[in-house]
Design a protein around this ligand. Structure first.
Ligand code: AMP
Length: 277
């Protein structure tokens, strides 16, 4: 197989996406442009990976506005859009998948069995196909980011993983391709997830060190902010291991997921609690 980087002696920076691009993706592309410098190559992959969707999830209705995505990529100065089809990516008799069996079990992995197996497999394949020097992932998908760092470390994949901060709507809602599914009423309550997480972070900054108390603050704040929303999880975990915490210290991640109607939204906040603070 020909590899892109073999024909290109300048940095190649990859931004993997599932398309339906929004300003959050474009912020990753801008970051990629900076890292690639003017002479390097920015590659955006657009692939709605069937193996990361559960049987009852939104694979068939996932938005695929390809012409618009290509225009946005062109306008953002992307050098190459890699847009494979499922049949290009998966042989009919495929039999090798990448499984991670620690970080992927909790949080979104608990609610979406098989999801991270699909993610790890497709990311490994995209990295093998494009062979970028650097790949950029959003902090919005914090569990995915932690897993990809682990994947790259444990399989010795020669790529630098760069995290990009979460890009938000004016009112603070994390941008997501799935926000387009929300009805007007759901959209107006969706911020309850963000508010709950910020409430948890505020309690920690205010000195709370019992994770159970912080979880309870988050739950109460969520329920006060929405009638339509349903919590999947609101957690307090170690940012590196994603293990639930009892006592809050070190690098802490507050991840949350909630349903608004059939739409599942995620968000998170990370903070550092120095020992003894
Ligand atoms: P997706 O198309 O949803 O698979 O996302 C592709 C990449 O964009 C992933 O690395 C996501 O974490 C990242 N991403 C999605 N939404 C945002 C956002 N609001 N801010 C920053 N990065 C994002």
């Amino acid at each position: 197989m020909t590899r892109l980087s073999a024909h290109w002696d300048k940095p190649v920076v990859l931004v993997p996406t599932m398309g339906a691009l929004h300003a959050g993706h474009l912020a990753l592309v801008r970051r990629a442009r900076t890292l690639a410098r003017r002479s390097g190559m920015v590659v955006v992959s657009i692939f709605v990976n069937p193996f990361q969707f559960g049987p009852k999830e939104d694979l068939s209705r996932y938005p695929r506005p390809l012409a618009r995505d290509l225009r946005l990529c062109r306008e953002a100065g992307v050098d190459l859009v890699f847009q494979p089809q499922p049949e290009d990516m998966y042989a009919p008799d495929r039999s090798v998948f990448v499984d991670e069996d620690k970080l992927s079990l909790g949080l979104c992995g608990a609610a979406r069995p098989g999801h991270f197996r699909g993610v790890c497999t497709v990311v490994a394949k995209l990295l093998n196909l494009v062979r970028p020097d650097t790949a950029i992932f959003g902090q919005k998908d914090a569990q995915q980011l932690a897993l990809i760092r682990r994947l790259v470390r444990d399989l010795n994949i020669p790529v630098r993983v760069v995290a990009a901060p979460t890009h938000r709507e004016a009112d603070g809602l994390a941008m997501s391709s799935r926000n387009a599914y929300l009805s007007f009423e759901e959209r107006s309550e969706a911020l309850a997830l963000r508010r709950a997480i910020l409430m948890g972070a505020g309690a920690i900054r205010g000195g709370e060190r019992k994770a159970a108390k912080v979880r309870e603050h988050m739950r109460v704040a969520f329920e006060a902010g929405t009638q339509l929303g349903r919590i999947d999880y609101l957690e307090v975990v170690d940012a590196n291991t994603l293990a639930p915490l009892d006592v809050i210290r070190g690098d802490v991640l507050l991840p949350g997921a909630a349903f608004f109607g059939r739409t599942r939204l995620i968000d998170n906040e990370s903070l550092r609690v120095p020992r003894g603070a």
